[in-house]
Design a protein around this ligand. Structure first.
Ligand code: PLP
Length: 439
């Protein structure tokens, strides 16, 4: 007798959660279920979709590429799709980034950056510079290296013994300031820990990795621009590489093409994925400076970067990426992003004094409400209640515990986005009824 094979769905438990919702069509900002409902995709299907589902230009580019070259290895070979994606990306990337290394997803883009940073110093004759610095509340993916640089959380606790140690420094989580300060009086005293660490130990430190301006999975925490600028200054002063993980923030999410641009910061390495293909096919990329690349150029083969995934630079994904970047030029994409940002600002301002609201935060297309809860954090009891509340009202939102956020595809219309905010406003009364006491 054959055993029934079932899908093991991420983040869910069969016995505790409702059965998965089956989607039969995705178009624009909507997901259509097989039982006749439609849901607004308020989180861009895990932060990937940029231009709305089923954008015809991306769909056509995929079909065309699949008929030409479906897949070919990138070691010793190249193809038009990868070359066109390289060319298109270079028009948007911060200056100083000269090499792109393709991989599969956000986690692998981070793994590549960490390994490049480490081997860079090895190749440069400074093998003692091997340690990594990362931020509190950081999330960089689910593979072992990416989890190591991510802060300890419910997601990674079971794997503690597998992870490599990192230096953990403060995030600028102003609502829960690690030093008890208040904006705007503070002078980023939270950076003192990083400064002290680099002053004392930069001789052992290879790189600092950070999500620029917006820490996503850690709670949609928005940093002051100065925080990123100061990280850049300190890394330069102490000769430590700065890795900007733009997996979430890239491709317009924060208002400009890359979050680093908002701070006028150029990192040494940048990790890209999610929106890289318009959010349609998996692909990762790590972009680095000439200086980093050149340390791998040698007659000595042992200096080679021996890292390569089977699907590295997949032509179909690359063609989707080229089509997505063309849409940035042929349609008013960044204008749509700023319209979303305006609606977030206006709607969040209207609820910020509600008794249930601790803080509202927004940057670009991300708008979030941190709810007051007796049990703040991902495991908050508010999470499953709110998830169901929104689904029942036709909106897909996946609160991060007591933090409700919207991160929609850029194609969402003003009325659709207002509808999502209407549901968030109404959820506050619902929450009041379900919580025991305000903290
Ligand atoms: N880095 C950041 C900042 C992310 O938000 C994520 C995913 O949410 C990742 C890396 C990992 O990306 P992936 O899920 O594609 O492996």
């Amino acid at each position: 007798m054959t055993t029934a094979l079932k899908i093991w769905h991420p983040f869910t438990q069969e016995a505790l959660d409702s059965p998965p919702i089956r989607i039969k069509k995705a178009e624009g900002a909507y997901l259509y279920t097989d039982d006749g409902r439609k849901l607004i995709d308020g989180i861009s299907s895990w932060w990937v979709n940029l231009h709305g589902h089923g954008h015809p230009a991306i769909t056509a580019a995929i079909a065309e590429q699949a008929a030409k070259v479906d897949h070919v290895l990138l070691a010793g070979f190249t193809h038009d799709a990868a070359e066109r994606l390289r060319e298109s990306l270079q028009r948007f990337l911060p200056s100083g980034l000269s090499y792109i290394f393709f991989s599969d997803d956000g986690s692998t883009a981070v793994e590549v950056a960490l390994k490049m940073a480490r081997q860079y110093w090895e190749n440069a004759g400074r093998p003692e510079k091997r340690e990594i610095v990362a931020l509190e509340h950081a999330y960089h993916g689910d593979t072992v290296g990416a989890m190591s640089v991510g802060d300890e959380s419910d997601f990674s606790r079971a794997f503690r013994g597998m992870l490599f140690p990192v230096h953990r420094v403060h995030s600028a989580y102003c609502y829960r300031c690690p030093l008890g300060k208040n904006l705007p009086q503070c002078d980023l005293e939270c950076m003192g820990k990083l400064e002290k660490l680099l002053a004392e130990k930069s001789g052992q430190i290879a790189a600092l990795i950070a999500e620029p301006l917006l820490q996503g999975a850690g709670g949609m925490i928005v940093h002051p621009v100065k925080f990123l600028q100061r990280m850049r200054e300190l890394c330069t002063r102490y000769d430590v590489l700065l890795i900007a993980d733009e997996v979430l923030t890239g491709f317009g999410r924060c208002g400009k093409m890359f979050a680093c641009e908002l701070a006028d910061v150029a990192p040494d390495l940048m990790c890209l994925s999610k929106g890289l293909t318009g959010g349609v096919l998996p692909m990762g990329a790590t972009v680095c400076t000439q200086r980093i690349h050149d340390a791998f150029v040698s007659e000595d083969r042992s200096r080679t970067f021996y890292h390569g995934h089977s699907y590295t630079g997949n032509p179909i994904a690359a063609a989707a990426g080229v089509a997505s970047l063309k849409i940035f030029e042929s349609e008013p994409v960044l204008g749509r992003v700023s319209s979303i940002a305006k609606i977030h600002a206006e709607r969040l301002a209207a609820i910020k004094n509600h008794a249930m609201v601790g803080e509202v935060r927004s940057i670009g297309t991300m708008g979030a409400v941190e709810l007051k809860a007796d049990d703040p954090g991902y495991a908050s009891k508010l999470r499953p209640l709110l998830y169901k509340f929104f689904i029942d009202r036709g909106v897909l939102l996946r609160p991060l515990g007591n933090i409700v956020y919207v991160l929609p595809p850029y194609a969402i219309s003003a009325s659709e986005l207002h509808f999502v905010h209407d549901q968030i406003s109404e959820s506050l009364e619902f929450c009041m009824a379900h919580r025991k006491s305000l903290t």
